[in-house]
Ligand binder design. Structure first.
Ligand code: BTN
Length: 325
């Protein structure tokens, strides 16, 4: 059985949006026999796709499995490039590791790695990232922007704005951003973003944007270390959310905002980021490796650097820190 045909057939039924498609029509469109169509349908049903078959009308898709495999994500994807190459794993150590390996093989801009679970998911500052099976979105996106190295941190902010827009669109929730990359619901973290780089003398070869989004966890799915500071979209909304729609929406906004950024520069992104930020204008404590600073978070620069004014009137540029408010 050809998996590509099976996946395309799943996509065709998804696009039909609940309307029946006849076996003959599918056979004609795919250039295969009706018996072959039936075999692909059986294969999809075994994978968890709910497909009813009504005599003289055809096949109707009534439910799809809650999986992030390409067949479930790609048919309704509204992007031009992002997500068109998609590597799906049921388990891996970290999607960042896989993405770094793929990036060296010259895969295209917008290649996506998704895994149902990570056994060694990693966060900023070498922290571990809880990645329970099937509960969240553990995704790394390989981008190849033609920008100078020092502008790379701006992509963390582009990614943050994209994820917030996607959460708003798919769930109706209204998250905030805590500098630089934490997405919060009622002060608790529902998403973290980790941006890593591959570069050489010619500049950036790849940006690997890792997104960890807590979608459908219950409280007991979080480890004791993060229970008090983490939340999921389901916990806040009170009902499960569609991981598939979220992935599609994140990729849509990431592609859109990256295009705006490349055409018009960082100003428009910065404006959106500031609109979602809980950090700017507030008193904060910035914990860094060697020192801790307290003051008012005044603004971010065009490079995404946080500006904190301390009580002595001095302005400090913060590149990387844990912010407490
Ligand atoms: C943070 O510390 O806030 C960043 C967390 C980033 C987690 C994501 S999950 C997908 C990708 N793979 C990883 O191992 N980390 C990132």
């Amino acid at each position: 059985m050809n998996i590509i045909v099976t996946n395309k057939l799943a996509g065709r039924l998804m696009e039909a949006d609940g309307e029946p498609v006849s076996g003959q029509q599918l056979a004609d469109e795919f250039g295969i026999s009706r018996t072959a169509v039936w075999k692909h349908i059986k294969d999809l049903q075994e994978k968890g796709y709910e497909i009813s078959s009504i005599k003289k009308k055809g096949y109707t898709l009534t439910g799809i499995p809650d999986s992030l495999e390409a067949a479930a994500i790609q048919p309704l994807l509204k992007t031009v490039r992002y997500g068109k190459t998609l590597e799906y794993l049921s388990s891996c150590e970290s999607t960042q590791i896989i993405a770094h390996q793929l990036a060296q093989q010259l895969v295209p801009d917008g290649t996506v790695v998704l895994s149902e679970e990570q056994t060694a998911g990693r966060g900023r500052m070498a922290r571990k990232w809880d990645s329970a099976h099937g509960k969240g979105i553990w995704m790394s996106i390989i981008l190849r922007p033609d920008i100078p190295l020092q502008r790379a941190p701006q992509f963390t902010l582009i990614a943050a704005v994209s994820v917030v827009r996607a959460i708003e669109e798919v769930t109706g929730l209204n998250p905030d951003i805590k500098w630089p990359n934490d997405i919060l619901l009622n002060g608790k973290k529902c998403t973290g973003i980790l941006t890593e780089l591959q570069s050489d003398a010619d500049g950036i070869q790849a940006l690997i944007i890792g997104i960890g989004l807590n979608a459908n966890q219950e409280m007991e799915d979080f480890s004791d270390e993060v229970k008090d500071i983490a939340t999921s979209l389901k916990l806040k909304k009170g009902s499960p959310v569609s991981r598939q729609e979220l992935v599609r929406s994140i990729l849509y906004y990431l592609e859109l905002y990256t295009a705006i950024y490349i055409d018009e520069g960082f100003a428009a992104i910065k404006l959106m980021w500031e609109g979602y930020s809980t950090t700017i204008g507030k008193p904060v404590r910035a914990r860094m490796a060697k020192e801790t600073l307290e003051g008012i978070a005044e603004s971010i620069t065009d490079e995404g650097v946080l500006q904190i004014r301390t009580p002595d009137g001095k302005l400090h540029g913060i590149y990387s820190a844990d912010i407490e408010m």
